[in-house]
Design a protein around this ligand. Structure first.
Ligand code: MG
Length: 464
C-alpha cells in the first residue's frame, strides 16, 4: 500500500480537494472521487450540490456518475451554500454530502468537499480513507441492475431558512426595522441570504447577487480589500449592517453601519460573550491564527479556550469532542453546535441582529467594546514540493531570528509566543504560499516582528 503521507501531491488540502481546473484537476478525478466515496459508503444516499463556479455542473455530473456506478443513490440539488448542504444531510438523515466548491479561491479553481451524516466535514482520517481507495483504484462496481438512482430536490434552501428562523427571535429583529445590504459575491448564497434577510429586516439591498462563476463583482474572499462596494453602499444608504460571503458561503463577514469591516475573531468574541454567558465554564474553540482578544473574552467569563490547526473541520472536531458552546475562525467561520457542526454564517447573522435588537446598540457600538490589536498578514511564494523542507529549516531558524521568545508551538505550522504578541508561520493548504501572521500591542512592534519573520522565511525559501 502506498503510504498516503509520502505521496508527492496530496489530493486533500486544509479543507477538501481544491485544484486549478484543467491543470491539476480533470473530470476523471471527479469520477474517481465519486467512485471512491461510493466504495467507502458501500450503499445509501448522498446529497450532491455545487457553488456557482463555471466548472461546477460538469464536475457534479462526473461525481454523480461515479457514485451511481457503485450502487449509491444520489440526490441532486443545484446551487446552494455549503452549510445548507451540510444541514440538509443531517436533517434528512442522508448518509453523506458532497459539495463541488473551491470556496473563496479564484474562479479557475474547482474542488470537492465531503460531509458526514452528523453535519460535520469529513475528518482528515476519513479523507485519508477516500484517498487510499482513490489511489488503489479498487472501486466497487455495481452490476447493471443494482446501480444507484438519481433524484433531485429543490427545497433544501427553504428547509434551511425555516430551521434558522425557528431558532432566532424573528419578531424582535423585525420590530427594529433594520436596513441590510447583502453582498454574496456572486456565490452560492446569492439567493438564500437575501431571502432570509427579507424575513427579518424592513429593507434589503443586494449587490453582486446574481450567481456567476466568473465572480465579476469582486474577488471571492471577503475582506477589507474586496468589500469596497459593500462598504460604500452601507454608508450611502445609511444601512444598519452589511453582510458578505465567499463563493460557497460558509464564511460571513460583517460591515458596521460606519462601513467598518469587522475581523472574524472580534465577531467571535462578541457572540462568545452570550454563548459563554449561558453556561458555566463553557469551552470556545478557535484556530491558532485568532486574536488574543478571544483569550481575554473567554477568560473574563470563566471559560476555556482551545486552539486547533487552521481549517473549519479541525474546529468542528474539537467542538464536538469538548462539547464546546461555539467555534470559529478569524476568516469568518462560525460553528454553532446548538444547530449543527458545519460553519453556520446565516444563524450567526441572525444572532448579531438579535443582539443589536436586544441591546438597542448598533454593530459599531457593540464591536467597539472588543479591542482590535494590530495584526499584519504577509504571504511569500513557495512551491508546494519545497514547503516541508522550508518549514523544517524554519523550526530552527525562526526562534533564533526573533527577540523575546517565550514559547514555540507546533500545533499547526510554527507558532511563536513573544513577550508581547505572537507570530505564526504556516504553509497554505490550498495555495503555493507560506503565510506569516503577527499580532501585538502596537503597530510599530508588529511591523518590526513581521519584517524580521518575513526576512527569515524569504532567506530560508531561497536556500532550499
Ligand atoms: Mg468557503
Amino acid at each position: 500500500m502506498v503510504p498516503v503521507s509520502s505521496m508527492a501531491d496530496r489530493l486533500f488540502g486544509t479543507t477538501g480537494v481544491r485544484k486549478v481546473y484543467g491543470k491539476e484537476f480533470d473530470l476523471e478525478m471527479a469520477l474517481d472521487l465519486g467512485k471512491a466515496l461510493g466504495t467507502l459508503l458501500g450503499g445509501g444516499t448522498v446529497l450532491l450540490a455545487r457553488d456557482t463556479r463555471t466548472t461546477g455542473l460538469m464536475v457534479a455530473d462526473a461525481l454523480s456518475a461515479g457514485l451511481l456506478s457503485t450502487g449509491v443513490n444520489v440526490v441532486r440539488t443545484g446551487i446552494i451554500p455549503t452549510p445548507t448542504l451540510a444541514f440538509t444531510v443531517m436533517n434528512r438523515r442522508l448518509d453523506a454530502g458532497v459539495m463541488v466548491t473551491a470556496s473563496h479561491n479564484p474562479p479557475e479553481y474547482t474542488g470537492v468537499k465531503f460531509w458526514s451524516k452528523n453535519s460535520m466535514g469529513f475528518t482528515p482520517e476519513e479523507e485519508e480513507k477516500i484517498e487510499r481507495i482513490y489511489v488503489s483504484r479498487k472501486f466497487k462496481v455495481a452490476p447493471w441492475n443494482q446501480l444507484g438512482k438519481e433524484s433531485t430536490t429543490e427545497s433544501a434552501a427553504d428547509e434551511h431558512i425555516e430551521a434558522i428562523l425557528a431558532r432566532c427571535d424573528a419578531e424582535l429583529i423585525r420590530s427594529k426595522s433594520f436596513t441590510i445590504v447583502v453582498d454574496p459575491g456572486n456565490g452560492a448564497a446569492s439567493v438564500l441570504t437575501p431571502y432570509l434577510m427579507q424575513r427579518l429586516a424592513s429593507k434589503i439591498v443586494t449587490i453582486n447577487s446574481q450567481p456567476d462563476g466568473h465572480f465579476p463583482g469582486r474577488v471571492s474572499e471577503p475582506d477589507e480589500s474586496s468589500l469596497g462596494d459593500l462598504i460604500q453602499m452601507v454608508k450611502e444608504i445609511g444601512a444598519d449592517l452589511g453582510i458578505a460571503h465567499d463563493g460557497d458561503a460558509d464564511r460571513v463577514v460583517f460591515v458596521t453601519e460606519k462601513g467598518e469591516v469587522v475581523r472574524g475573531d472580534r465577531t467571535i468574541a462578541l457572540l462568545a460573550q452570550d454563548y459563554l454567558g449561558t453556561t458555566k465554564g463553557g469551552t470556545l474553540v478557535t484556530t491558532v491564527d485568532s486574536s488574543l482578544v478571544l483569550d481575554e473574552t473567554v477568560k473574563k467569563r470563566g471559560g476555556k479556550i482551545i486552539r486547533t490547526p487552521v481549517g473549519d473541520i479541525q474546529v468542528a472536531v474539537k467542538v464536538k469532542e469538548t462539547d464546546a458552546v461555539m467555534g470559529g475562525e478569524a476568516c469568518g467561520v462560525f460553528i454553532l453546535p446548538e444547530f449543527h457542526l458545519a460553519p453556520e454564517p446565516f444563524l450567526t447573522a441572525c444572532r448579531i441582529l438579535e443582539k443589536m435588537a436586544r441591546t438597542g446598540k448598533s454593530l459599531g457600538e457593540l464591536i467597539s467594546g472588543i479591542p482590535a490589536y494590530p495584526l499584519v498578514k504577509t504571504k511569500l511564494k513557495c512551491p508546494n514540493e519545497k514547503k516541508a523542507q522550508v518549514m523544517e529549516a524554519l523550526a530552527e531558524v525562526l526562534p533564533k531570528a526573533l527577540e523575546n521568545v517565550v514559547q514555540v508551538l507546533t500545533v499547526d505550522g510554527i507558532g511563536i509566543t513573544l513577550k508581547e504578541g505572537w507570530v505564526l508561520v504556516r504553509p497554505s493548504g490550498t495555495e503555493p504560499v507560506i503565510r506569516i501572521t503577527c499580532e501585538g500591542p502596537t503597530e510599530a512592534l508588529v511591523k518590526k516582528v513581521s519584517n524580521t519573520a518575513k526576512l527569515a522565511v524569504e532567506k530560508t525559501i531561497k536556500s532550499i
